[in-house]
Design a protein around this ligand. Structure first.
Ligand code: FAD
Length: 317
């Protein structure tokens, strides 16, 4: 079933979450171990992130650094298919612009279609950590809006190969990312929301937000989207803090602010066990208020850990 149909058919706030493929060399069981504690909350759908290859520098025997291309978290499509097969829960694999040309994207979408997966989250992918900016592969997409357009074209039976006779129209439901506190590369939030509208105009069915720790950022963002004419559902993304390092990592990597009350509580903690407690308490308050406001779904970023998400869900659902 499509995410948008889950949302439209539900009378209450859905529960959903995002998984990361495990590090290369790990087993599928680690994914199942993350999912199992969350099954009792009846997840409507589960997202699986996509991770492109990256360049890392490794020291050689003479001390010089050798660039090596590696992909730390492969397996998105296999994991998506395995979860859907085992649990009969709808899966939303992420598809990204980075590292793909349009033909490769088309082939990936054909794989998903053949596997009976009809939901995708269309994302650009992060900027290169070394170069500091995003560069598409030759023949690939520079912005997520172009990826959305390609998926929607396939939904209309338009493939890259125009000589195909009566190609099968796919039926993907497409989600896109939105940023309550603005995307880090965007000059300002108005411009960012205008870009978001372009993704919706291209055919995106719904928006999932970047994590935020102050609900007013989400409510203001939704209002700004509605004011500019974006009408699709906007699903809030929630991440409970669990490590002291989140104080600096989350603002830097995700361009989000941590409110001072949360920072104070985290700073008082002498270990990560107590930070996790703070994170659970904070997320419960956020989730309760969002649910009361009637948001379509509460979407949790697990980052591979689900015990804290289960505790939050128990209090909220
Ligand atoms: P875009 O919508 O393309 O926007 C990127 C930037 O370009 C923005 O600043 C936007 O304002 C600007 N922009 C857009 N269109 C134009 C235009 N025509 N001209 C000029 N500027 C423009 N990353 C992964 O690698 N894998 C994942 O699985 C993944 N999942 C994610 C899930 C969610 C819910 C979120 C919020 C993020 C996820 N990311 C993931 C991170 C994402 O790749 C980064 O945030 C990335 O930097 C932007 O992706 P986007 O799809 O929002 O890009």
């Amino acid at each position: 079933m499509k995410v948008i149909d889950h949302i439209n058919e539900s009378k209450s706030t859905l529960f959903s979450f995002e998984l990361l493929p495990p590090l290369k060399g790990s087993t599928l069981q680690t994914i199942f171990d993350t999912i199992n504690p969350l099954l009792e909350f009846n997840p409507a759908y589960i997202n699986v992130t996509y991770h492109r290859e990256e360049v890392v520098y490794r020291p050689s025997s003479n001390g010089t650094l050798i660039p090596t291309v590696l992909r730390r978290r492969p397996g998105t499509v296999g994991i998506a298919a395995a979860i859907q097969h085992k649990y009969k829960i709808d899966i939303v694999p992420h598809i990204i612009c980075g590292g793909f040309n349009q033909l490769e994207t088309e082939d990936a979408l054909i794989d998903l279609d053949f596997l009976g997966i009809h939901n995708v989250l269309a994302i650009r992918g992060d900027a290169d950590k070394i170069v500091g900016r995003f560069e598409p592969k030759i023949g690939g997409h520079r912005y997520a809006v172009d990826l959305v357009k390609q998926v929607i074209a396939m939904n209309h039976g338009n493939y890259q190969d125009e000589t195909l006779e009566k190609p099968n129209p796919t039926k993907f439901c497409v989600g896109v990312a939105g940023y309550p506190e603005k995307h880090g590369e965007s000059p300002n939030s108005i411009s960012d929301i205008q870009r978001l509208k372009e993704k919706v105009n291209a055919g995106a069915d719904y928006i999932v937000t970047q994590m935020f720790f102050e609900n007013k950022n989400y409510f203001n963002f939704v209002k700004a989207c509605r004011d500019i004419g974006i009408t699709v559902p906007i699903i809030p993304g929630l991440k409970p803090v669990s490590l002291k390092e989140h104080l600096s990592i989350l603002p830097k990597v995700f361009n989000v602010e941590l409110p001072q009350d949360l920072v104070k509580e985290m700073e008082k903690c002498c270990d990560n066990r107590s930070v996790k407690e703070v994170g659970v308490k904070w997320a419960i308050e956020q989730a309760k208020e969002l649910k009361k406001a009637g948001v379509p779904s509460l979407h949790f970023y697990t980052m591979g850990k689900s015990d804290n998400i289960a505790r939050i869900a128990k209090e909220v659902y």
